[in-house]
Each structure stands twice: as structure tokens, then as C-alpha cells.
Design a protein around this ligand. Structure first.
Ligand SMILES: [Zn+2]
Length: 76
């Protein structure tokens, strides 16, 4: 599978409710919700701003896993 943000090869694990957990060597680990995945077929994520936000989330929440869900997603 490919990373949704940078397009590089990434490890993808399926999660509950149609979500996925992505482990990308470039973008780090993030969870993407099923709803966002569904919207991704018609919309595009603003990669630069999203990656900045994932970084902020990790620092703010002191966690490795950042979240891309309907509340945090930044559309292009
Ligand atoms: Zn990536």
C-alpha cells in the first residue's frame, strides 16, 4: 500500500469502522478514519498542511499516532 499523504510505500493495517493505520517512514504513524477514506475518492488532502498538523498532534498529545478524521482532516 501507499501512504495517503506522500505516496511512498507504507505499512497499512486495517482498523475498526473501515479506518486504517498507516506506518510511513516519511510521515510517521497516523490513523485515517473510514469516513475520510470514503471522501478521499472525491476530495484531496492538503498534504503540506496535513503533515504539519500531524506533527502538531504528536507533540500536543505526546503520542506516536496522529489522527486524520472528519474533525482534523485538512482538505485541499
Ligand atoms: Zn507518507
Amino acid at each position: 500500500m501507499k501512504c495517503y499523504l506522500c505516496g511512498l510505500e507504507a505499512k497499512v493495517a486495517e482498523e475498526a469502522h473501515g479506518g486504517e493505520l498507516i506506518d510511513c517512514s516519511d510521515c510517521g504513524i497516523y490513523r485515517i478514519s473510514g469516513l475520510v477514506l470514503k471522501e478521499l475518492t472525491i476530495k484531496k488532502i492538503n498534504f503540506t498542511d496535513m503533515r504539519d498538523d500531524l506533527h502538531r498532534q504528536r507533540q500536543f498529545n505526546s503520542t506516536e499516532v496522529a489522527e486524520i478524521n472528519t474533525e482534523t482532516v485538512i482538505w485541499a
